[in-house]
Write a protein that binds this ligand. Structure first.
Ligand code: ATP
Ligand code: MG
Length: 281
């Protein structure tokens, strides 16, 4: 027969720890924020392009950065992706300070970025452009003697990406002959080839015919959902921004003017004056 076991509970175990709820809250916050800018500043000589910018992108969200020309949006992306180093402040990715890392290390960690200007190899095919991007990020990117099987894996992966961005019928075309809208899809494909967790998209619809914009935005929404990706989007098309964003940060003269949901931003008087008013006038 087993001997009885007496368990004596300390009275304090019935009392909730005074900080327990806030600790949980903190943990939730830490885990759900994937990319964070902390008081970022970038000086170019006498010009302050980015000044005391803090923002938190939540994992899986679509977070737009808007603001007039010269507001500092592209500079902010350059800071987040390591292309530029801040004069002050930090960039935190998954709780880790990545500020000192070079851009290729940041890309390997899972932050992919597109550029405001179309950025593809014109004399390579659609498939080769995507395959090279996948290979460049792969483990044996520097190994010239990697087995042929690996090469086929990259080709297969690239094919899937080309299909995902809606260019399957054009995989063997030279990038140079693609219409502008397809080039922008290819840029997305090049970005997706390395399977980043966070995508920084700088005006992905720039220069596109307006009837093509909804298709590209549907593609971006799909990429985000399917891959559970976080997307930071710089975009001037306000209809697009208001439709697709979970959160919006408004920049003005290098600073954060406002942050909130699309409804909050649309109703914000300062934003109306500085930016939206002009656009909708
Ligand atoms: N490398 C650089 N050297 C000097 N000044 C720069 C540099 N890059 C950007 N700037 C300046 O910093 C400011 C912010 O530029 P940035 O390109 O970040 O703006 P933006 O919000 O992306 O504008 P746009 O909507 O026109 O793309 C501008 O005044 C710009 O002229
Ligand atoms: Mg820009």
């Amino acid at each position: 027969m087993k001997s009885p076991v007496l368990i004596i509970l300390h009275p304090s175990s019935f009392i909730p720890h005074p900080f327990s709820w806030s600790m949980d809250d903190q943990i939730t916050k830490v885990t759900s924020v994937i990319l964070e800018a902390e008081h970022l500043r970038k000086d170019f000589g006498g010009l302050i392009a980015v000044e005391d910018v803090s923002l938190r992108a939540r994992a899986g969200s679509l977070h737009s950065i808007i603001g007039p020309n010269g507001a500092g949006k592209t500079t902010l992306f350059n800071l987040l992706s390591g292309v530029l180093k801040p004069t002050a402040g930090r960039v935190i990715f998954r709780g880790r300070d990545i500020t000192p890392l070079p851009p290729h290390r940041i890309a390997h960690l899972g932050i992919g970025r597109s550029f405001q200007i179309t950025n593809v190899f014109p004399n390579l095919t659609v498939l080769e452009n995507v395959r090279l991007a996948a290979q460049a990020m792969g483990r044996d990117s520097l190994n010239l003697f990697a087995p042929a099987a690996h090469f086929h894996q990259y080709v297969e992966h690239a094919m899937r990406v080309v299909e995902q961005v809606g260019l399957h019928g054009k995989a063997d075309l030279l990038a140079s002959v693609l219409p502008h809208g397809d080039k922008r899809k290819l840029e997305l494909g090049i970005l997706l080839a390395s399977d980043p967790q966070v995508l920084l998209l700088d005006e992905p619809t720039a220069g596109m015919a307006s009837e093509q914009v909804p298709q590209l935005m549907a593609l971006i929404a799909d990429i985000r959902k399917q891959g559970n990706k976080t997307i930071l989007l710089v975009e001037h098309n306000m209809d697009v921004v208001m439709n697709v964003s979970d959160a919006i940060t408004v920049m003005h003269y290098g600073k954060v003017l406002a942050e909130g949901t699309p409804a909050q931003i649309a109703a914000n008087e300062q934003v109306q004056k500085a930016y939206l008013g002009e656009l909708y006038r």
